[in-house]
Write a protein that binds this ligand. Structure first.
Ligand SMILES: Cc1cc2nc3c(=O)[nH]c(=O)nc-3n(C[C@H](O)[C@H](O)[C@H](O)COP(=O)(O)O)c2cc1C
Length: 144
């Protein structure tokens, strides 16, 4: 079963989540600039929320996906508080006829990552790490 992880991350929060997810599957998380070229059973795809929407690079990645090459996607996002990137990813997947796993992961970072406030991004709390590992365990269980 081929699993891939793709992320869009301006500040590092989403990358940190993507790296953790990928570690749980013994694979490497790659940025959305690296396309999916081979058939992939499970594609974890995630990004941040910027002024209420997903980043353009994530939208382009989603639009370029070849529905024949994707078994299903699993959406994740880091955000201040809104889940709009996940909603937008699901919308594009639906338009393209790509199956979306019912489980999704939203990690709220509140103001972490706003460097102008002196709040560094990419630092996950122990609780957030536990949430991410529980999430990947759930997906793994489902696949068995
Ligand atoms: C310029 C900017 C705009 C943002 N706009 C929103 C927003 O509209 N809604 C929200 O919930 N979070 C917003 N956030 C918070 C980010 O979604 C959050 O920090 C996320 O973890 C960023 O991911 P990244 O570090 O992977 O880029 C914004 C952050 C930045 C830096």
């Amino acid at each position: 079963m081929k699993t891939e992880v793709r992320y869009q991350s301006r500040g590092g929060n989403t990358k940190a989540v993507a790296v953790l997810i990928a570690n749980e599957f013994n694979i490497k998380a790659e940025p959305v600039e690296i396309p999916i070229t081979e058939y992939t059973d499970i594609l974890f795809v995630g990004g941040g929320v910027y002024e209420w929407r997903m980043d353009k690079t994530l939208r382009e990645f989603m639009k370029r996906l070849d529905s024949q090459k994707i078994g299903q996607i699993v959406c994740f996002s880091t955000t201040g508080y809104k889940n709009s990137a996940i909603e937008q990813m699901k919308h594009i997947a639906k338009e393209k006829g790509i199956a979306v796993n019912k489980n999704e992961l939203l990690i709220k970072m509140l103001l972490k990552g706003h460097s102008w406030l002196g709040l560094e991004s990419g630092n996950l709390s122990d609780k957030q790490i536990k949430t991410i590992i529980n999430f990947t365990d759930k997906i793994k269980e489902e696949l068995q």
